[in-house]
Design a protein. Structure first.
Lengths: 330, 330
DNA sequence: CGACGTGCCGTGAACATTCACGGCACCGTG
DNA sequence: CACGGTGCCGTGAATGTTCACGGCACGTCG
């Protein structure tokens, strides 16, 4: 049951041929007004809707589809990127299929792989797994430089941004640096692995490091708690780099609750450049990531991949810059 | 150029038949290991990827696709809904195609209509337009009761929530009520049309109304400014309903900047139930909307629509309840 | 030696639609 | 009447893949 109603059913119902139904449905010429109406009525009566597969199969309009795996919908950073990706894709005539990053990577790819032409997302896991999971499907890895063939990437030049931020903080008098890192559960549960930005931070501050606290959660409250913990353990800290803006928001919030003057006693810097940072007191200073550039560069790569023969294509890598956004928290 | 590489090309390259290529690609039985490898190599060499259209055409697995039009990516309320919709859809084996609500409605629908089975979104415009724009495509209208056939809806019982909130505020001593409404540019640019929730609010407060200010922007800062304006014009206001949480965040923020005690002098209540409300000082009291319920009910309807014959189906309407979330701002 | 099962592979059909082309009736014109 | 043009409609072909089935070679067993 649930037999699909095809164009032939409509044709029979209206007493015409397939082609005439097509003409009626697609507002084409060579059909009389009465016939068109009769066909339309029949289609309506039967609830006919052309199969999108059969249609796209024959009129291969090359309507490209891009599969976007969103790391988290609870962090505006990712939804901003998704938004930019969506509007950019619409401009270029691309379709976007979205999937949340829940469950096993292989499951997600399983769902998407048959439906899209290019896969895009923040894939943290091992490259080999990723490459294996989607054989033949080109992948654009966001914020992760990949080396395997078939894996392209858009990288964020955050290291330079951190160096710049630390330098500027020094000019403003900061001498004792601390950081709140995010828990990176890559693989085994609860296993903490330092994030790349922690390494860049530690290299930048050198011996002026007071300490690093790893937050339990990649959230506002998680960042707030970790910030409090950091200052409890290292009270002499006078500048803190928060893993991202969301957590930095919690830090500013918690500093206010603890009666810690920002930026008087502690300067707080986030990463991302969320506009949400303007809504807090004091407004958040942040290393802003050009999310729009990230999206457009990704789409550039996607377009190249769609055009090319895919067989003979070397990994493409692009980089977006960061920019200091001095507000008031640092 | 750009000639698509089909299964026949791979078959020729590997010196086998179509079916053998299928067997190799889909990990099927009845194929020797060496042949499979040879086919896989050939496919890799040619960059072959099966046409998703042809595949889905023949194995009509009924992989339903849902078109989701997201009103705004800058408001967590909508991204929350999208997130719930996405994960719910994944569980039910649905595909989700996302489109941002930019440009003309007809353009958006034009892009999506050929690709999806059901359309879902916050469509504000006139029903007739909507109905016309997607003939034959079932639509689930979010937060708007629709009357035309083919237009189903999930409605939020916000009126009851507002009544409950006002009652509770009265019990807490509030006597002078104000509201910040959102500018609703439906149709002509800049034309303000009162939102439904303004009407519900005014009916609930009766003669205890001090005033209503319409915000320029549906944002944090827009809400903050409007809140300030409201208190400037009606200093005796002791309770304010903000159009949504995002704007309420701005109100709390601005109250702090203006030295207005919350909830001491003014009680502030938002609408939506965003977790973001916890991150501000004082935490935001809000009329929480069950976004997850909204998403799941929407998917329920979508499933019914996908099963049914569509022809003989009456408009389906569901309602989600609201729940007061007492935090500290009221 | 013949019958039968099994591993491996290939061919016709089907999926639902659109495109290209051809046909039929009708009308007007020379 | 012959001819060409036009409005309307229908038939073969094509799209790229999978499913159902059939065939061939080889080995085993009675």
């Amino acid at each position: 049951m649930g037999k699909r109603v095809t164009i032939l059913d409509v044709a029979a119902e209206a007493g015409v041929s397939r082609q005439t139904v097509t003409r009626a449905m697609n507002d084409m010429a060579d059909i009389s007004v009465s016939t068109r109406q009769r066909v339309l009525d029949a289609a309506d009566r039967l609830g006919y809707r052309p199969s999108r597969f059969a249609r796209n199969l024959v009129t291969r309009k090359k309507t490209n589809a891009l599969g976007l795996v969103v790391a988290s919908f609870r962090n505006p950073y990712y939804t901003d990127i998704a938004a930019d990706m969506l509007s950019g894709a619409a401009e270029r005539g691309w379709q976007v299929l979205l999937a949340p990053a829940v469950g096993e990577l292989s499951d997600i790819l399983e769902r998407l792989s048959g439906q899209v032409d290019v896969l895009v997302g923040h894939f943290g896991g091992p490259e080999a797994d990723l490459r294996e999971a989607c054989r033949g499907l080109p992948v654009v890895n966001l914020e992760t430089v990949s080396t395997l063939p078939g894996l392209h990437s858009v990288h964020v030049g955050l290291e330079a941004g951190i160096v710049e931020a630390i330098g500027a903080l020094r000019e403003r008098g900061a001498r004792r640096f601390g950081m709140v890192d995010a828990g990176y559960s890559r693989g085994t549960l609860g296993a903490y692995e330092p994030t790349p930005r922690r390494g860049w931070f530690e290299r930048a501050v050198g011996d002026q490091l007071t300490g690093v606290v790893v937050a339990d959660e990649d959230t506002i409250s998680g960042g707030g708690h970790a910030f409090g913990e950091l200052l409890r353990r290292h009270p002499d800290t006078d500048a803190v780099l928060m893993f991202n803006d969301l957590m930095a928001l919690g830090a500013v919030q918690n500093a206010h609750a603890l009666g810690i003057d920002v930026p008087g006693r502690v300067r707080i810097v986030g990463v991302d450049g969320l506009s949400l940072g303007e809504a807090v007191n004091p407004p958040l200073t942040t290393i802003s990531i050009d999310r729009q550039g990230l999206a457009s560069k990704t789409l550039d790569i996607a377009e190249i991949l769609a055009e090319a023969d895919f067989a003979s294509i070397a990994p493409i890598h692009r980089t977006v810059r960061t920019e200091m956004l001095w507000r008031a928290s640092a």
